[in-house]
Ligand binder design. Structure first.
Ligand SMILES: Nc1nc2c(c(=O)[nH]1)N[C@H]1C(S)=C(S)[C@@H](COP(=O)(O)O)O[C@H]1N2
Ligand SMILES: [Mo]
Length: 254
């Protein structure tokens, strides 16, 4: 019972009905065949032990203003070269819309000014890249849960996919997370870094911060958020560009 209450507090603002739906969704996750298969392999073991230990709700450490790195470096794409992104950039994202679709009852197309009117969460966290560097930065933006709540997540939704504007090696960048991370209080769609509008090098106009995961999960240049019941059938089927191309773990919990 206390887990239920905690989960409802975690997704604060969502009514009891939606909270119940989310719980049902998470429970069903574990009974899915693909999930059971995943739980059998090593990565699944890591996922399962992390989820058991943290209960899905522990917070990543937050830092003070003085701990911030002098420069928050850029990694991977620093400037998406697709004509679509270039057009949006030239127009200062005036015609850009964050699409929210898939297994939702109310698909959304959110403009940047609309996104900026949503309640903001600010957090100073450490970013850890598998390439061996870390940086501490101050991020601000709405909770992903607020957006998903507005879109009305279907009870069939199991994964949240982030479709990005850039390509690496001819492959569109994308990432995905489970509903525990999607509704985690530190999971935000950041449009601000260190008190300025998110620079292009760091993912303008909006990027995911999913603070208990490694760097590559933090999708930059997010154009579309898609709720799905499975990752199968999407690009390489492993839930992310690096997962598909190099075998990086889908669950990169830290
Ligand atoms: N769309 C997109 N998202 C991305 C990447 C990228 O190349 N394209 N690189 C990933 C990696 S490996 C890291 S470490 C972080 C880097 O974020 P930063 O550029 O703000 O440092 O973004 C992640 N998200
Ligand atoms: Mo990274």
């Amino acid at each position: 019972m206390s887990a239920l209450i905690d989960r409802r507090r975690l997704i604060g603002g969502i009514g009891a009905g939606a909270g119940g739906m989310l719980l049902a969704g998470c429970d069903k996750l574990y009974s899915q065949p693909t999930f059971q298969k995943m739980l059998r392999d090593a990565e699944g073991l890591h996922y399962r032990s992390q989820r058991l230990i943290s209960g899905g709700q522990s917070l990543a450490r937050e830092y003070g203003a003085a701990d911030r790195s002098p420069v928050f470096r850029s990694n991977g794409t620093a400037m998406p070269m697709t004509s679509e992104y270039q057009t949006h950039l030239k127009a200062k994202f005036a015609d850009w819309r964050l699409i929210v679709d898939g297994l939702v009852t109310r698909p959304l197309a959110i403009s940047l000014p609309q996104l900026m009117t949503l309640p903001v969460r600010t957090q100073i966290t450490r970013h850890d890249c598998v390439e061996g560097w870390s940086a501490i930065g101050k991020w601000a933006g709405p909770n992903l849960s607020t957006i998903l709540q507005q879109a009305g997540l279907s009870s069939r939704a199991r994964f949240i996919v982030f479709h990005c504007a850039d390509m690496i090696g001819g492959h569109p960048y994308y990432e995905s997370i489970d509903l525990v991370d999607a509704f985690h209080p530190q999971t935000i769609m950041a449009w601000r870094l260190n008190d300025i509008m998110l620079p292009v090098a760091n993912g303008a106009p909006v990027r995911l911060r999913v603070e208990r995961q490694l760097g590559y999960k933090h999708a930059k240049y997010v154009m579309r958020i898609e709720a799905r019941d499975t990752l199968a059938g999407l690009y390489g089927g492993k839930g992310g560009l690096w997962e598909d191309q190099t075998g990086y773990a889908w669950y990169a919990g830290i």
